[in-house]
Design a protein around this ligand. Structure first.
Ligand SMILES: Cc1ncc(C[n+]2csc(CCOP(=O)(O)OP(=O)(O)O)c2C)c(N)n1
Ligand SMILES: [Mg+2]
Length: 281
């Protein structure tokens, strides 16, 4: 059985109080409870404060370019679909720059779990509005308030018939841990949008703001798409967390003959690691 220590990486450099700490705890806890060892897991990220999460864990990791989390995760999963692949992104990274990749990853329904640290702001670049910033929010770059309507990732994913769509809140670690476990257990693409307070740059959507609004879904049938849309559109005085939508769409890996035969990485033959490293220089 793995332990928290098995997954301990570098010391986090996030601001004290950042919601990312709780997401890091929930990811480790979920992997431990699923009995997964570090060598079985790959964490892929792009650029952002959220994308530093893989640095703070000890397992297979790949830190790529801004907005390009999902294509890298897709390539890795195709090469070795025995790996548990988790893509980590920010709201800017995934819903802004990487939005096009999100559309097609949902369509493909590849067995990756996407965690979006949705702090409704660009954290790394110090506080510009993101696609999910609430209308009217004042930032350094939007001194008269955000004039655009926010992107609704949950409604978008439901409309795309994504296989598994959930929302978590970093302030509720046990619930978030369950969401991550269910997402990893789902065969096909799973997206978990995680409400994550940014204590330094987002003074509007604070812990108190979320705590007043967030409620755990109960008596909800996630297989009912119409009900899922209703919950997906709920944002304001009440914000639901939980599994909002899921379906039984077959995963990409089960549809492609070459992948059904076995692992592509085995087909290619595994070169010794020294040969691979020498090719990089
Ligand atoms: C191609 C490219 N475009 C823009 C940037 C600048 N940039 C880096 S992180 C970022 C946004 C970060 O916001 P988010 O994805 O929400 O992550 P957070 O820091 O809030 O976790 C931007 C615009 C970049 N590094 N590369
Ligand atoms: Mg962000």
């Amino acid at each position: 059985m793995p332990s928290m220590d098995d997954y301990r990486g570098q010391e986090p450099a996030w601001c004290p109080g950042c919601g990312n700490f709780q997401i890091l705890t929930a990811v480790k806890q979920a992997l431990i409870e699923l009995g997964l060892m570090p060598h079985q897991v790959l964490l892929v990220s792009g650029i952002g404060q959220s994308s530093k999460l893989p640095h703070y864990m000890r397992c297979n990791t790949f830190n790529g370019l801004h907005g390009r989390t999902l294509p890298v995760a897709t390539g890795a999963k195709l090469a070795n679909h025995e790996l548990v692949v988790i893509a980590v992104a920010g709201d800017g990274d995934c819903y802004g720059e990487g939005g096009n990749h999100l559309i097609h990853t949902i369509r493909r329904n590849i067995d990756i779990t996407l965690l979006v640290h949705n702090n409704q702001i660009y954290g790394l670049t110090k506080g510009q509005a993101s696609p999910t910033s609430d209308a009217g929010m004042v930032t350094k770059l939007q001194p008269h308030g955000v004039v655009l309507s926010p992107f609704n990732p949950i409604a978008f994913a439901v409309s795309m018939d994504a296989g598994f769509v959930a929302r978590g809140f970093s302030g509720d670690i046990p619930h978030l841990t369950e969401m991550i476990k269910e997402g990893i257990g789902h065969r096909g693409f799973s997206m978990i949008d995680i409400l994550q307070p940014c204590v330094t740059f987002n003074k509007l959507n604070t812990y108190a703001w979320y705590r007043e609004r967030v409620y755990r879904l109960s008596d909800h049938d996630p297989y009912d798409r119409r009900l899922a849309f209703e919950r997906a559109l709920e944002w304001g005085e009440r914000i639901p967390i939980g599994v909002i939508y899921r379906n039984h769409r077959p995963a990409f890996e089960g549809l492609v003959p070459a992948l059904k035969k076995g692992l592509l990485v085995e087909d290619a033959g595994r070169p010794p690691i020294d040969t691979l490293l020498n090719q990089l220089y």
